[in-house]
Design a protein around this ligand. Structure first.
Ligand SMILES: NC(=O)c1ccc[n+]([C@@H]2O[C@H](COP(=O)([O-])OP(=O)(O)OC[C@H]3O[C@@H](n4cnc5c(N)ncnc54)[C@H](O)[C@@H]3O)[C@@H](O)[C@H]2O)c1
Ligand SMILES: [Zn+2]
Length: 367
């Protein structure tokens, strides 16, 4: 693929039966925002929600495209993904006499997208939402699928809704300013898509690791397109996570537990998921469900994507407690997704404590 091809937007559709949403991916498409918004029926009253960091870096380009907009800026960081930030958005909307035809345009990572998205889902019982994701994680994951919401001091993502964005505008060029660790964190979710649904994607990452790190559009754009396609496909078939959508939780059982026991401070989300995928692969190999060479290919790719913060000091017992408290336990049974080969999964619900202890030990945690 020549690099000029990456500027022609690729379209991916999410069809959930209710409101459909359209994902457009292309280098530089932020410059086309007014045309794209118009073409997808987004009303003229548009409220941009972003953060000071993101607006400093990308606000000028957005202003260039949309004209002088007065953004609603929410403070940066996971700890501000809360109802107070949502209230700030409501305040601004009400003061400006926003109505049901108004739209929220969320420009930022998953924190801004989830928070602004929740405001859009609830203001006047729901107004139009557009995502312009600016982290790799947001581009391949959080901006797609309609899950919006905020944290409560007692737990992450406890308050939320389903609200499909009308449009998701993905411009991989905005990732140029993303800190390397954030970029790598998003890459682990791309690895996840490879493991659950696409050997081609997995092999692309393995073969082109350096080009990916250089954020070379010729590789990055196809990797994002493939990832979005997989998530869109899964969400289209199972919006409310009654079954299939669970495969997106591959690596997330152990990953979420690692995040929880370290109070969300040690790992970026993707880093915890990387460990979770290793654990799931190990468990699958121990059951004879996955070939050892496939597990080894995953371990090598994860190693090539860079160092992960340590796990050695974490007690296995704490991890087990966190796993038990997880939302993935339904009627007392833990639903655990394993890959049975690169690109295919199955869900099992009979994982024993002994198996979990064994994989956590092999991962290097403390007995
Ligand atoms: N809704 C969903 O389906 C879903 C799925 C996965 C994750 N999430 C949520 O997403 C959140 C994590 O999102 P995230 O990883 O994008 O983190 P984030 O939104 O906190 O962004 C990470 C950091 O990058 C900065 N940043 C963003 N874009 C930048 C850019 N282009 N250049 C430089 N800096 C930039 C931000 O200011 C922030 O400091 C979590 O709250 C998680 O729960 C939601
Ligand atoms: Zn994730």
């Amino acid at each position: 693929m020549s690099s000029t091809d990456t500027r022609t937007p690729v379209r991916v559709d999410v069809n959930t039966g209710g409101a459909d949403s359209v994902i457009l991916i292309g280098d530089g498409i932020v410059d086309q925002l007014p045309t794209l918004l118009g073409a997808h029926g987004v009303g003229a009253r548009r409220f941009v929600v972003s953060s000071p960091t993101i607006w400093r870096l990308h606000g000028p380009q957005v202003q260039q495209a949309l004209g002088a907009v007065e953004p609603i800026l929410l403070p940066d960081g996971e700890r501000y993904k809360n109802l107070q930030s949502v209230a700030k958005v409501y305040d601004a909307l009400i003061r400006a006499n926003a109505d049901r035809g108004s739209a929220i345009i969320a420009i930022g990572g998953g924190v801004i997208g989830d928070t602004a998205g929740f405001a859009a889902a609830t203001f006047l019982r729901g107004i139009t939402l557009v995502h312009v994701p600016t982290t790799l994680l947001a581009q391949v994951d959080s901006s797609i699928g309609g899950k919006v919401g905020v944290n409560h001091i007692l737990g992450k993502n406890l308050i939320g809704a389903f609200h499909q964005p009308r449009l998701v505008v993905i411009d991989p060029l905005v990732l140029r300013t993303l800190p390397r660790r954030e970029f790598r964190s998003g890459l682990y979710e791309v690895v996840k898509y490879g493991m659950i649904a696409s050997r081609t994607l997995f092999e692309l990452l393995t073969r082109e690791t350096k080009a990916i790190f250089d954020r070379d559009p010729a590789v990055l754009v196809p990797a994002i397109v493939e990832s979005c396609g997989i998530k869109a496909d899964v969400v289209s078939k199972d919006e409310r996570e009654s079954g299939l959508r669970r495969i997106l939780n591959y690596g997330h059982t152990i990953g979420h537990a690692l995040e929880a026991v370290t109070k969300y401070r040690r790992y970026r989300h993707g880093e915890a998921i990387a460990y979770g995928m290793l654990a799931a692969a190990d468990l699958a190999v121990a059951r004879g469900a996955l070939a050892e060479r496939e597990r080894e290919a995953l371990a090598q790719l994860i190693a090539a994507l860079g160092p992960l913060p340590p796990v050695v000091d974490l007690p296995i017992r704490d991890l087990l407690d966190a796993v038990r408290r997880d939302k993935k336990v339904v009627h007392g049974k833990l639903h655990f997704v394993i890959a049975i080969e690169i690109g295919a999964t199955m869900t099992i619900d009979d994982v024993t404590e002994e198996e979990l202890v064994a994989v956590l030990e092999r991962l290097g945690l403390t007995r």
